[in-house]
Design a protein around this ligand. Structure first.
Ligand code: NAD
Ligand code: 89V
Length: 344
């Protein structure tokens, strides 16, 4: 039997609950410790998930535990210091998005991981949704031909501020929070982008940053993609947290519809592909799609560790996603088309 990898989770807040459920679903992993500055949150997580040890200091955690990996689902301003501790102890890291507050911070974290020769994966889960793994399979089959156009649309009116109150105060809000997922998806589906144009909007009053944005990307392999996303869209039913859209190629079109239904218009006619959810006991609507993807992301990290291979969304790879984010903010501020390769 494969030995179980021993891990710890640092940060037991809102989204970490999905991480903790996810790790519990992986037979070859054991979470041996949790850590949060807020002891009550760490204790609650330990009780709920039967985790042996609780820490309120990451320094003490690393000094005490022998870990095969650490999962860090804290907010981005904590990432550089926490990853530095992990690297100093030679512990591989899976780190929640957004990577860091700016591209220089991401670069420093990647350089530190490289200098310590320690694996680093960004927990970027949209590409690990069942839906997008199926889409990737269709693109790989060649059925759509050469890709020419794509649109990824993520629009909702949910009250994101009650679960994630810090979002009211952040200056770089919507592209950091959701745009980053779509930028990673655009790279995953259409390849690297060499031009970025973006317009941001602040629609809700009283928040510090943008709550809607539209990004146009030109991709090296020829496709154009449009990413549009908003937290200020009234719709009934509200599609949260689904990504909708379409992908066009020289031989066909794929429509990403609501409720995980894909429609392929190809040479042989039209067919509908309902994409199933995993049916895990702990997931619940409307979050199921994302919750499933958390487990797939974790599985990929563990498999990469075991094989000694670089994960798909490694720190190094994620610099390219982050460069698109910086390019989008630069474009929105300047009204110009930005070439992200000049930023990396
Ligand atoms: P949160 O504020 O609810 O939780 C963060 C926790 O980390 C808090 O309990 C805090 O006390 C703890 N913490 C902070 N610094 C610490 C430190 N130095 N040591 C130990 N504990 C520390 O935040 P959240 O809403 O759960 O968001 C966390 C991250 O998850 C964000 O970056 C957010 O963007 C991301 N997120 C991702 C998804 C997704 O689909 N991938 C969804 C929601 C949130
Ligand atoms: O990814 C995030 O941080 C969340 C989302 C709602 C997209 O899951 O805001």
């Amino acid at each position: 039997m494969t030995a179980r990898l021993k891990g710890a989770v640092i940060g037991c807040g809102f989204f970490a609950q999905n991480h903790l459920y996810g790790w519990a679903d992986l037979d070859d992993v054991e979470i041996v410790a949790v850590c949060d500055l807020d002891e009550a949150k760490a204790r609650l997580a330990a009780e709920r998930f039967g985790i042996a040890r609780v820490y309120t200091s990451a320094e003490t955690l690393f000094a005490t535990e022998a870990l095969d990996f650490v999962d860090i689902p804290t907010t981005m301003e904590t990432h550089e210091a926490l990853t530095a501790l992990a690297f100093a102890h030679g512990v591989p890291v899976i780190l929640q998005k957004p990577f860091a507050p700016d591209l220089d911070g991401c670069r420093r974290i990647v350089a530190a991981a490289g200098a310590a020769n320690v694996p680093l994966m960004i927990h970027e889960d949209f590409r690990f949704q069942n839906l997008f793994r199926t889409v990737r399979g269709i693109l790989d089959s060649g059925e759509l031909g050469r890709l020419t156009f794509g649109r990824l649309s993520w629009r909702t009116g949910i009250d994101v501020y009650s679960n994630q109150p810090y979002l009211v105060h952040v200056k770089r809000f919507m592209i950091m929070d959701v745009g980053i997922h779509l930028l990673d998806l655009a790279r995953f589906l259409f390849g690297e982008a060499n031009g970025v144009f973006c317009r941001t909007q602040q629609i809700k009053e009283g928040i510090a940053g943008e709550d809607a944005a539209t990004i146009l990307l030109s991709h090296e392999q020829g496709a154009t993609s449009i990413l549009d996303f908003s937290y200020a869209t009234r719709r009934d039913p509200d599609p949260f947290p689904q990504t909708l859209g379409e992908i066009e190629g020289t031989e066909g079109t794929l429509v990403i519809g609501a409720d995980q239904v894909l429609t392929v218009h190809g040479k042989g006619g039209t067919r509908r592909i309902p994409v199933p959810q995993d049916g895990r006991a702990w997931t619940s609507a409307p979050w199921t799609q994302i919750q499933d993807s958390v487990v797939h992301t974790q599985r990929h990290f563990i498999d990469s560790l075991r094989r000694g291979t670089e994960p798909a969304t490694s720190g190094r790879d994620s610099l390219a996603t982050y460069a698109l984010l910086e390019a989008a903010y630069l474009s929105a501020a300047s009204g110009r088309l930005i070439h992200p390769d000049r930023l990396v």
